[in-house]
Design a protein around this ligand. Structure first.
Ligand SMILES: [Zn+2]
Length: 236
């Protein structure tokens, strides 16, 4: 069965905003509890970077995060992680969280259960090698979850994590626009989506240097979630 988005092609396509609606009846488990709790009080936000690691951009993002003593989440693809194990080790050393973003970034809703399982489990394996522990978080490519993805994620000990502010940085709108989107979207509990791979991400790298100090100056606490052990309900 051929896939609509081959690894070489998906890099050129929108990485977000694609897929079935998140609450398609009968297809998607619905959560009625918060996904996570976060340390710190008040204005807390989470920064997430997807599709890497990429040796061209990820180290520069890590440098900026280190400069400001901030931890973030990286949802990595297995096919990127396997060649950049040193970056996974650096993420572990510097206190970041590495999550599973599948092996080849497919649209999971088009795959068989067996293929979905393979995409997820191989990625957890390669993360364990480089990062030192298996991932506890999972994010479906394009935000396109399905029942199998939730089920396997749960079996593999991972919580799903979406986002609330999409920088749309993959459209390369200019670093200033990305900064603007993050700062306008800033609010307590916000989860920001950016990308450190999948194309030219120099704007994403530059933008972080713009909005991160502003957020910190505005009193935001940029942190990573503690994992919650919640069960999915209303799976029908
Ligand atoms: Zn992605």
């Amino acid at each position: 069965r051929s896939l609509p988005l081959k690894p070489s092609a998906y890099r050129l396509r929108p990485l977000t905003g694609y897929g079935p609606p998140p609450s398609a009846p009968g297809r998607t488990p619905v959560r009625h509890e918060a996904l996570m709790s976060m340390t710190g009080r008040g204005r807390t936000m989470v920064l997430t970077f997807d599709d890497g690691p990429d040796p061209r951009y990820t180290p520069r993002i890590l440098d900026t995060l280190a400069e400001y003593d901030v931890r973030a989440m990286f949802f990595v693809c297995g096919e990127m992680a396997v060649d950049n194990q040193d970056l996974l080790a650096r993420m572990a050393d510097e206190g970041h969280i590495v999550g599973n973003h599948t092996w080849s970034h497919p649209l999971l809703t088009r795959l068989t259960r067996r293929q979905i399982h393979s995409e997820m489990s191989r990625t957890s394996d390669v993360i364990e090698e480089g990062y030192g522990e298996r991932p506890r978080w999972f994010r479906a490519p394009y935000g396109a979850w399905n029942r199998a993805a939730f089920q396997f994620g749960s079996e593999m000990g991972m919580e799903p994590l979406a986002w609330t502010v999409d920088t749309l940085d993959w459209t390369t709108p200019g670093a200033g626009v990305i900064v603007d989107r993050v700062e306008k979207g800033a609010a307590p509990g916000v989860v920001v989506l950016s990308h450190d791979a999948g194309g030219d991400r120099s704007q994403s790298v530059r933008a972080l240097r713009g909005y991160l100090p502003h957020l910190l100056d505005s009193g935001y606490h940029i942190t990573v979630p503690r994992r919650q052990f919640l069960s999915l309900v209303n799976i029908s």
